[in-house]
Design a protein around this ligand. Structure first.
Ligand code: GLN
Length: 236
């Protein structure tokens, strides 16, 4: 029994500790006696055919541009994986690139892969601060820092209402997007460290897809909950 966790572009897309999401999922599997295989996929590397969970972090506009062609070349495969129920968690810059496109503040068009029905346009303000969002699968607690304003199309649902922060675009009070097992969010942190219920939801979906038992042994999440409580009480 083993789960393959794939980290896409760990060198270019990993700001504000987003690699921690991978560590959280790996540890939560190991604590339950489930083996986790971790594969780092950089520019030019193949995506493992047996990917169970794909993770992508945030990045600077420049990094997003640098890997743009490589990412777009994976479009058909990523769309097929999403249609096949592969679990994906994309943070900020990776969330933007899973959408249709990101047009930066400087007017550079970085095409996305259309896995998520969202479109992003850079603005001249940065949306920075603590943020949390109540989702149907537990609260996500993290930190946002982006200039991109993301609008959802009819094929994506928001994760929930953006509570103290700006969320997707600072206008419609939404945060993140979901379709099938694909989740995008602006929350760094790493967000899963303070969102254990959501982390387990991702694992359960991956286990269910692999035909494995989704009965996850309960863990002592006291520290994670305490950290989340402190974070949500912090000023933005
Ligand atoms: N460069 C993108 C933006 O500013 C993404 C930033 C991020 O990943 N934190 O909107």
């Amino acid at each position: 029994m083993s789960v393959t966790l794939v980290h896409l572009y760990p060198r270019l897309m990993n700001i504000y500790g987003d690699t921690g999401n991978l560590l959280v999922l790996r540890k939560r599997l190991q604590w339950r006696g489930i083996e986790a295989r971790v594969v780092a996929v950089g520019v030019g590397d193949p995506l493992p055919a047996d990917t169970d969970v794909l993770l992508g972090g945030g990045g600077q506009d420049a990094a997003q541009g640098e890997l743009g062609a490589d990412f777009v070349s994976r479009g058909a495969q990523l769309r097929a994986m999403a249609d096949d129920g592969v679990v994906m968690l994309a943070i900020c810059g990776s969330y933007q690139l899973l959408g249709h496109e990101f047009r930066t503040h400087e007017g550079v068009r970085i095409p996305g892969v259309g896995v998520l029905d969202v479109t992003t346009v850079g603005s001249d303000i940065r949306m920075i601060g603590n943020q949390h969002v109540g989702t149907a699968w537990g609260r996500l607690v993290g930190y946002e820092n982006h200039s991109g304003l993301t609008t959802l199309g009819p094929g994506a649902r928001p994760l929930g209402p953006a509570l103290p922060g700006r969320g997707n675009n600072g206008r419609d009070r939404t945060e993140g997007a979901v379709r099938d097992n694909v989740f995008g969010t602006y929350l760094h942190g790493p967000v899963l460290a303070k969102s254990p219920e959501f982390a387990d939801e991702l694992l359960r979906r991956a286990l269910a897809r692999a035909g494995l038992s989704t009965d996850l042994e309960p863990l002592d999440d006291t520290l994670a909950h305490q950290a989340a409580e402190v974070a949500v009480r912090r000023p933005r």
